[in-house]
Design a binder for this molecule. Structure first.
Ligand code: SF4
Length: 351
């Protein structure tokens, strides 16, 4: 067959996905776009990319920003460890590279939150270095064209695909080649209903020949999601409300929420609420009202948030880990999506 890369580059039209981060070879902006687009759709990630570039046009500005501000700008995008790592890596660039984004694959890989895929993407898109990218799109295209059934999430599979991707790379045009194979996976060899009749590889594609398109790529592990129930106590009086920052090594570290009680059950009865440590210690409220429930799906967990509005004459004093804030300032804080959805529905009532 005509070489894989030649066919791919003949197919490629750089204008077919004209995204803002494709117009630059600034490593900082490419890095930002790559982190934002991990596990995020382009349509959802684009406004965040533009907002970050506007608020933090340089790595220096990002490094100097308070983490809470970075998390606030990230609010709604999910996988918040990406934002925390972004902030740490910006500081690494300032301290270890005098503010200049590193220019080799090995140095880029040392930055917090950057794995093989992101390092290859930055090295090739910003500096045209010959490192092949291997993301979900590339796994899919290679497994189908070459009929590879080794699971992509196994050590053996990763090695096999890495070697093949690197062999196929056009060393003269690594940036264009990498962009082309990712676009090809996104636009033609799609997960469902790939456009085989328009595909330049249809005459040699093993998956098409053997009728295995829907079976490739193969994944070894089936993901089992756990279910968690967060019972939120929205404690407020005429002026203030309590929130708390999540500090444990768990989901949503650094974000804010209401005082929470986690259980395995979806319901807690009124007796459980009044016997809850917060209420027991600080006295029964005059009303416990309006239980609203919201659901959020994360990659490994289903989170159910149940909100109990507890209006008090005067808020009790909690320890310093709880923040008593004026209700009117609540939207200045970054919350997980589930709390944000609740606030969108109930803000008028609370304030
Ligand atoms: S023929 Fe179909 S399955 Fe094979 S590479 Fe092309 S689009 Fe993908």
């Amino acid at each position: 067959m005509k070489s894989f890369s030649k066919k791919l580059l003949e197919w490629y039209n750089p204008a077919s996905r004209n995204l803002p981060w494709k117009q630059t070879n600034d490593a900082y902006k490419i890095w930002l776009s790559e982190i934002i687009l991990q596990q995020t759709r382009v349509e959802q990630g684009t406004p965040y990319y533009l907002a970050f570039i506007k608020q933090y046009p340089t790595v220096k500005k990002l490094a100097a920003a308070p983490l809470d501000d970075v998390l606030k700008l990230w609010e709604g995008l999910g996988y918040y460890s990406r934002a925390r790592n972004l902030h740490v890596a910006a500081q690494q660039v300032m301290e270890e590279h005098k503010g200049k984004f590193p220019e080799t694959h090995a140095e880029i890989l040392q930055l917090k939150g950057i794995g093989n895929y992101t390092a290859a993407a930055i090295a090739s898109f910003a500096y045209n270095l010959p490192h092949a990218v291997l993301d979900g799109n590339v796994f899919r295209v290679l497994s189908r064209v070459f009929g590879i059934e080794t699971p992509i999430d196994s050590t053996e599979g990763k090695k096999q695909f890495e070697q093949l991707a690197q062999q196929l790379l056009d060393n003269k045009n690594p940036s264009t080649y990498n962009q082309a194979i990712m676009d090809f996976g996104a636009l033609v060899c799609k997960p469902q209903n790939p456009l085989c009749e328009q595909c330049p590889f249809s005459s040699e594609c093993k998956a098409l020949e053997l009728n295995k398109i829907s079976l490739l790529p193969v994944k070894a592990k089936k993901l089992i999601k756990s279910e968690r129930h967060f019972h939120y106590f929205v404690l407020f009086d005429a002026k203030d409300i309590y929130i708390k920052q999540r500090t444990a090594k768990d989901i949503w570290k650094g974000l804010f929420e209401f005082p929470v009680y986690e259980s395995l059950q979806s319901t807690v009865n009124s007796q459980q609420i009044v016997s809850h440590p917060y209420i027991k210690k600080y006295g029964e409220p005059s009303t416990i009202d309006c239980r609203l429930s919201y659901k959020q799906t994360l990659s490994h967990q289903y989170i159910n948030g149940h909100f109990y509005e507890i209006k008090l004459e005067k808020l009790p004093k909690f320890d310093k880990s709880y923040l008593k804030i004026p209700k009117t300032t609540i939207l200045n804080y970054a919350f997980p999506k589930i709390v944000r959805s609740y606030l969108e529905d109930r803000l008028n009532f609370l304030t």
